[in-house]
Design a protein around this ligand. Structure first.
Ligand code: SF4
Ligand code: SF4
Length: 282
């Protein structure tokens, strides 16, 4: 069972929700494993809250082309097939731009001289560890690296077994998010009751509709008397599954790297109720 926590924009509280949700699930379960997958590989921060003990590290990379100039006849076929301008034949030389390469393998296939081989280009690492009965997995993209989907895919492929997996997705609605949430059994869209928040929620709803994924909305920093998120969701016909109040103590606990359900136990009930509602929908 895979539950993804996503949002149309950054800073809505995805990590706060996903880490507290996984902690509550592990506390309620008592036996078995709950898995937390931090797919926000450009800025993974779930470890700051769950504080797992890391016991395994793996490098993740993609194959990129290397040209054997002795074999190359400069026919230009490799550059013609590349959709990303990652390989270009200029007069009597072939230039490669590995940062642009999507590792499709097309250039090597069309080369009539077998002048193209492949070498691995490292994108980042996956770290795995444990916090009690929570299995912790996150990806860390190399600094300056633009190609995050292969690393996210590698983190997601760690989903296994009949356990609950909580995926902390990257923000936005582009390729990295789609890679992270694809195949989820349920998507929890976190938003805040502001015009910016709802604009990006609208894009996120279009995305999950397009992917055909079951979903509901969680309103974070909900304020008494501010109904814009409720009105928006009513108009879009989407369910608000939970609301977390705009409480300064939550922000303070979060900034200290504390789990809300531990520091402010009065909020435990909201997360237990949220988990129950999600399980009913799975
Ligand atoms: S397809 Fe092969 S032979 Fe042709 S330019 Fe590219 S590397 Fe050289
Ligand atoms: S592997 Fe694909 S994306 Fe990369 S250079 Fe070759 S054709 Fe372009």
């Amino acid at each position: 069972m895979i539950v993804s926590v996503a949002s149309g924009k950054g800073g809505t509280g995805k990590t706060l929700i996903s880490t507290n949700l996984v902690l509550i699930a592990s506390l309620l379960k008592k036996v078995g494993v709950t898995t937390y997958l931090d797919c926000d590989v450009e800025e993974p921060n779930g470890h700051l809250f769950l504080k797992p003990k890391i016991d395994a590290t793996m490098h993740v990379g993609v194959p990129v082309p290397v040209i054997d100039e002795d074999l190359c006849t400069h026919c230009g076929l490799c550059g013609d097939i590349c959709q990303y301008s990652a390989i270009v034949c200029v007069k009597d030389t072939v230039l490669t731009f590995s940062a642009l390469c999507h590792a499709c393998g097309g250039c090597a296939r069309v080369c009539p001289q077998q002048a193209i081989s492949e070498e691995m280009r490292t994108l980042g690492v996956i770290e795995k560890g444990w916090k009690n009965n929570i299995q912790f997995i996150h990806g860390i993209l190399n600094i300056g690296e633009a190609m995050s989907p292969p690393l996210i895919k590698a983190v997601r492929s760690s989903c296994s077994g009949n356990t609950l997996h909580i995926v902390d997705a990257p923000p936005g609605t582009s390729c990295p998010v789609i890679t992270a949430i694809k195949g989820s059994d349920f998507v929890l869209l976190v938003t805040e009751p502001t015009p910016f928040g709802l604009n990006d929620l609208s894009l996120a709803l279009d995305m999950v509709d397009e992917l055909g994924l079951p979903h509901a909305v969680l309103v974070n920093r909900a304020e008494a008397g501010n109904d814009i998120a409720r009105k928006f969701c009513r108009d879009r016909g989407v369910e608000i599954i939970a609301e977390i109040p705009d409480d300064r103590r939550i922000a303070e606990a979060y900034s200290r790297g504390e789990m809300i359900v531990e520091s402010l136990p009065e909020y435990k009930g909201i997360f237990i109720d949220l988990l129950k509602k999600i399980e009913e929908r799975l």
